[in-house]
Design a protein around this ligand. Structure first.
Ligand code: G3P
Length: 217
């Protein structure tokens, strides 16, 4: 499963990309606003940090506006994916970009019916929002499972990108539910490696090793 970072913080992306485990980045208008920077500059810098797809979201709500903004964003770098909201105009734009060979990420997906439409529109990725569904009293991870089954039964190639993940259990749950990719806030990405027994075990190994007086080299 691909792991993406869900942030527009270039310094953090640069640091975490050094792990070699970051396959791409997703942004949204709220994350760009949080960065306090110009969208074109931030997206260009992010695209230089990672080889994989970098989602940059349009803010127009009408078809022609989405097409113009999407083309502009796609022109920033070869690995930009145009992120579009799950509305009729967003779906029409996804279809148009797919015909033009431009990758898309259809976002704000909260139902399997929406995911079906995005796949039919030729979206490269669909982004179901797990955490926001949980906030709403539903089960976000079940939606990932449902979309996986639906896409597999009908041979859709759209990749399932689990978004709005808030805990490590969301990440592994999305992986087990068959998501192709997951996008993680940096703190969740960092927390994936942590386990108290790993730290305790390593301390014990090193103290036993020191007692031998040996060195490997
Ligand atoms: O990029 C979209 C998504 O991951 C948002 O997450 O935590 O704001 O629901 P959140």
């Amino acid at each position: 499963m691909k792991l993406f970072l869900d942030t527009a913080d270039v310094a953090v992306i640069r640091e975490l990309a050094e792990t070699g485990l970051v396959d791409g980045v997703t942004t949204n208008p709220s994350l760009i606003a949080k960065s306090g920077r110009n969208i074109a500059e931030v997206i260009a810098e992010i695209c230089a940090c990672v080889e994989g797809p970098v989602s940059a979201e349009v803010t127009a709500t009408d078809l022609e506006g989405m097409i113009s903004e999407g083309r502009h964003l796609a022109g920033i770098a070869g690995n930009v994916l145009v992120k579009l909201p799950l509305t009729w105009d967003g779906l029409k734009a996804a279809r148009r970009f797919s015909q033009d060979g431009i990758g898309t990420n259809v976002t704000l997906c909260f139902s399997a019916a929406q995911a079906l439409l995005a796949a039919k529109a030729g979206a490269s990725f669909i982004s179901p929002f797990v955490g926001r569904l949980d906030d709403h009293g539903a089960d976000g991870l079940s939606l990932i499972e449902e979309i996986r089954d639906l896409y597999d039964q009908h041979g859709f190639e759209t990749e399932v990108l689990a978004a709005s993940l808030r805990t490590p259990a969301h990440v592994t749950g999305a992986a087990l539910a068959g998501a192709d990719a997951a996008t993680l806030p940096p703190d969740i990405f960092r927390s994936l490696v942590k386990h108290p027994l790993t730290d305790r075990g390593l301390d014990q190994f090193l103290s036993d090793w020191r007692a031998t007086g040996q060195t490997i080299l």
